[in-house]
Write a protein that binds this ligand. Structure first.
Ligand code: 4NP
Length: 148
């Protein structure tokens, strides 16, 4: 299973999702993350994401932001969107109609069909990042349970 975690900037939410799944990754799987924008290309995750991960014994400071590319739709089995804006953008970026089926909203792993959004914590404080971490940890645990 190859999983790509996607948000807008690839500096706040998807680096956390990437780090959380990486910390529990089953053998033979792989995980990466990317942004629907290239605004922060080459940058480290936001310091608040790095801190939140560190509090949970996960190191994400080697990650670097990159934009989603067409090849990702071929290389990955699932592209997880954090919110419906990411979801729509990803669907619009799919190089072939049939590849849109790989795009999913991540919180639907925990609460199927509810279309719950992982809120963008960029303009808020550290507590927003803690909230995002808890949401993503729950969704990723549910995803892993289904595939174990
Ligand atoms: P992310 O958060 O999509 O979770 O990485 C954001 C990061 C940067 C911006 C917006 C959201 N920005 O506007 O630069």
């Amino acid at each position: 299973m190859k999983v790509l975690m996607v948000c807008l900037g690839n500096i706040c939410r998807s680096p956390l999702a990437h780090g959380i799944l990486e910390s529990k990754l089953p053998e033979g799987w792989s995980v990466d993350s990317a942004g629907t924008s290239g605004w922060h290309e080459g940058e480290r995750p936001d310091t608040r994401s790095i801190l939140e991960a560190k509090k949970n014994n996960i190191n994400i400071d080697r990650q670097r932001s990159r934009p989603v590319r067409e090849q990702d739709f071929y290389d990955f089995d699932i592209l997880f969107a954090m919110d419906s804006s990411n979801y729509t953008n990803l669907c619009n970026m799919a190089p072939e109609e049939g590849l849109k089926r790989k795009v999913r909203l991540i919180m639907n792993e925990l609460e199927p069909g509810q279309n719950i959004q992982v809120p963008d914590p960029y303009t808020g404080g550290q507590s927003g990042f803690a909230h995002v971490f808890e949401m993503l940890d729950g969704a990723i645990n549910a995803f892993l349970e289904k595939h174990s």
